[in-house]
Structure formats: structure tokens, C-alpha cells
Design a protein around this ligand. Structure first.
Ligand code: PEP
Length: 245
């Protein structure tokens, strides 16, 4: 169960969030819990979750270790801050920062090189869905990035299916829509990496997940977890999502 805070919360807000959140999810043993705060808050979040079952990830990285790249963060720096994961290819990064399937692939390799676990986002836009091109887009995104990994690396990747039309819009994909899209991704994984790798691939659904719809989404066998934006900002609402059982 992963939360993406996007560009919200100061270090002080972050500290307050975990003071409340940690105890609300302390008993959760059915899932891994991940929060991805803004870069500024990473060290505060890591310090606030030491000894808990909550892991911390960054929202982006660039390839390489160190260098003259003003304003950027490498996997090496993120890992050294105590993070375990990194989000890659979120639709907001594809849309506003021109990330491509190729750069998503390079960033995924960079995450592995730094010892971080990548959560790679894919998903179609509204116009793709309306034109009946959802599967084509998902297959293209898969082949352009995930499909080029070695089987060893692919086995460690987490995929997040996030239909762009459902992110931050309040329009959740129905469990059926999400499940069908996950099945497309899993079928593609099976075609490239084999049935066993596809079966163990974890695919998260993201797009307006809330405490009141998480249960029906998680009831789908195809949905292995969720990636949550808005509803992860409040400790009690994200704790309800984590503890949906
Ligand atoms: C996201 O940012 O990945 C996301 C799914 O946002 P929201 O839950 O707010 O739709």
C-alpha cells in the first residue's frame, strides 16, 4: 500500500503525520507500507519511521551517482538518505517533464544500480481509453521499459497501473476496469518473462483510491495493492486504506 504525497507537506507536517500514522498501522502484517514524500522531507520521514513497518521512497531520480546536475537527485543520494523505493514514470512526470518510455527504462536501471526498488507507473490517458487504445498504450509502455529488463531485475519490480483520467480527478476506475488493465499488463509480462514471473508480479492500482473504495478494488485477484495520492495525505485516511481488510 503506497502513498504519493506529490508536492505537499513541510518537514514539520511530515513529522506530525508519522507521529499519528505509525501507531495506526503498526499491526498491519498483510502488506508492505510505503510513503513517498517530497525530496525535502525524505530524511525527516526516514528518521520518523526507523523501527516501524513503514518504508520511505522518493518520487523521482536521475541516472548516475554524483555530478553537475543542478536541482536533481540520484538514486545514490536517495539511498544514502535511508530510502528503500523510488517511483518512476508517474504520469505527472511523463506529462509535465517529458519523461518517455526510454527514460523510464533508464531510471529503472538507475534505481536498481543504487539498490532502490522501483515502482514503475504506466497508464493510459482519457483520449486513449475513448479511442479504444488502452491495451495498445499499456503494451507500448511495458515493451518500452519494463520488457527490456533482465528477468532477474524484472522479478524485483513493482508496477503501478494509473489511468491518467483517474488521477486526482475523483473518478476511480471500476474494479473491473482496473482488473482488465492489470490483466493486459500481466499477459504482456507472461509473453516476455514467462508465466511464473507474470504471476508473481505485483501490480498496484492508482487513481482516486479512498477508504471507501479500496476494499472493492483489493477484492480483485489482479490487484495486488494500491498507489494513493490525495488520500495518503491524512494519516487517518491512509491508515484506513492500509487497514482495509
Ligand atoms: C497518484 O498521484 O499516483 C494518484 C493516484 O493520485 P490520487 O490518488 O489523488 O488520484
Amino acid at each position: 500500500m503506497a502513498g504519493n504525497w506529490k508536492m505537499y507537506k513541510t518537514p514539520d507536517d511530515t513529522k506530525k503525520f508519522f507521529e499519528q500514522f505509525n501507531s495506526l498501522v503498526a499491526a498491519a502484517q498483510h502488506c508492505e507500507i510505503l510513503i513517498c514524500p517530497p525530496a525535502l522531507d525524505l530524511t525527516t520521514a526516514v528518521a520518523a519511521t526507523i523501527g516501524t513497518n513503514v518504508q520511505i521512497g522518493a518520487q523521482n531520480l536521475i541516472a548516475g551517482k554524483e555530478g553537475a546536475f543542478t536541482g536533481e537527485l540520484s538514486g545514490y543520494l536517495i539511498k544514502s538518505a535511508g530510502c528503500s523505493h523510488v517511483l518512476i514514470g508517474h504520469s505527472e512526470r511523463r506529462q509535465y517533464y517529458h519523461e518517455t518510455d526510454e527514460s523510464v527504462y533508464e531510471k529503472t536501471l538507475a534505481a536498481f544500480e543504487a539498490g532502490l526498488k522501483p515502482v514503475v507507473c504506466v497508464g493510459e490517458k482519457l483520449e486513449d481509453r475513448e479511442a479504444g487504445k488502452t491495451a495498445d498504450v499499456l503494451i507500448r509502455q511495458f515493451r518500452g521499459g519494463l520488457g527490456k529488463l533482465t528477468p532477474e531485475l524484472f522479478a524485483q519490480v513493482v508496477v503501478a497501473y494509473e489511468p491518467v483520467w483517474a488521477i486526482g480527478t475523483g473518478k476511480t476506475a471500476t474494479p473491473q476496469i482496473a482488473s482488465d488493465a492489470h490483466a493486459v499488463i500481466r499477459k504482456e509480462a507472461a509473453a516476455v518473462f514467462g508465466a511464473a514471473a507474470a504471476k508473481s508480479l505485483r501490480i498496484l492500482y492508482g487513481g482516486s483510491v479512498k477508504p471507501d473504495n479500496v476494499k472493492s478494488l483489493m477484492a480483485e485477484a489482479e490487484i495486488n495493492g494500491v498507489l494513493v495520492g490525495g488520500a495518503s495525505l491524512k494519516a487517518d485516511s491512509f491508515a484506513k486504506i492500509v487497514n482495509y481488510l
